[in-house]
Design a binder for this molecule. Structure first.
Ligand code: FAD
Length: 289
């Protein structure tokens, strides 16, 4: 299908982008890579009258460690993350995720900021950001906002961002000794959205006790979800096979999948159970090396 008619604007700074959205109000929408927005427009699920292209704003594409944080500029493409030595060496949870996201042509253009700002529980990064306890940085009419990831996803395609907010940076705590993470999703074919996916980040002390854990689930709820009950069970304990099995069961119970072309509700609950267990084991293995 062809999108409805719109006027194209190109912003060369965050301030210019914000001013354009203020000028055009509810009818305006930001576009980074356009690989989520344009398909929605072609299906007429979104019909913005003004597209504000922010993809060429300077200074929003970077991956760096600073002040104890990994900082990723919102316009960093998924391919840039895939080929980052820093990500590959120290943050394998992101490498796992990006390799399973769409295909290279989408990853070349789709940005990390757009993947999160879209507010789609089917996208892969939201679950990872929940597991990694990310912080979202945005610029709005009243200046900079800092939004903890647990307060970011509000509903189906709804986030804490105001229409004029530009997501500028994603921050996650820097990888430390004894920490490890992993992501996997089951997909019908290469490049498909997840039938179900699970992200796990774990931090173990020298005695192997779980100091911190994050578990995020992909595409098994309307809003990207954290498996808080499972995290609580493991925190402060030596993670045993018995506990891992219990958390797998909790994941299958607490998620809220619906039956669709990707599989029945029961099938999705079953694979969430299996992948949760596998990702906890893999995250622990990585934390121990
Ligand atoms: P855009 O499409 O430009 O924007 C998406 C939304 O976010 C829009 O509402 C826009 O207004 C808003 N937005 C964008 N950037 C900002 C910002 N900086 N500040 C505020 N708001 C902003 N994703 C997956 O995770 N897993 C997959 O398996 C997957 N498969 C795909 C398969 C296909 C065929 C396609 C076309 C896409 C697929 N995607 C998948 C989505 C892809 O990763 C998107 O590119 C990405 O999710 C969105 O990034 P974008 O830069 O293209 O955002």
């Amino acid at each position: 299908m062809i999108p409805s008619k719109f006027t194209y604007h190109k912003a060369s700074s965050v301030q210019e982008a914000i001013a354009l959205v203020q000028e055009h109000g509810d009818e305006a929408k930001y576009m980074s890579g356009g690989h989520s927005l344009l398909p929605m427009m072609k299906l007429r699920f979104a019909t913005p009258e003004h597209i504000i292209d922010i993809s060429k704003i300077d200074g929003l594409s970077y991956i760096k460690e600073e002040d104890g944080l990994l900082k990723i500029g919102a316009l960093t493409t998924q391919t840039e993350m895939e080929y980052s030595d820093l990500i590959r060496d120290k943050y394998p949870i992101f490498s796992d995720t990006i390799k399973l996201t769409a295909d290279p042509s989408v990853r070349n253009v789709g940005t990390i900021g757009g993947n999160i700002a879209h507010g789609d529980a089917a996208n892969d990064q939201p679950a990872v950001m929940l597991a990694r306890r990310a912080t979202i940085i945005a610029e709005g009419v009243d200046g900079q906002k800092t939004i903890p990831i647990d307060e970011f996803f509000h509903g189906f395609y709804m986030t804490a961002l105001e229409p004029s907010d530009v997501l500028t940076e994603i921050q996650v705590p820097q990888a430390k000794k004894g920490s490890g993470g992993a992501y996997h999703k089951v997909e019908r074919k290469v490049g498909d959205y997840a039938t179900a996916g699970v992200a796990v980040h774990v931090e173990l002390d020298d005695d192997g006790i779980c100091q911190e854990i994050g578990i995020g689930l992909t595409n098994v709820s309307a809003v990207p979800m954290r498996l808080e009950r499972g995290e609580e069970l493991l925190r402060g304990k030596q993670i045993t096979e018995d506990l891992i099995a219990q958390v797998g069961t909790m994941a299958s119970e607490d998620c809220e999948p619906t039956s669709d072309l990707r599989g029945s509700e029961a099938y999705k609950r079953s694979i969430v159970n299996t992948i949760t267990q596998r990702m906890i084991r893999l995250a622990m293995e990585r934390a121990q090396h």
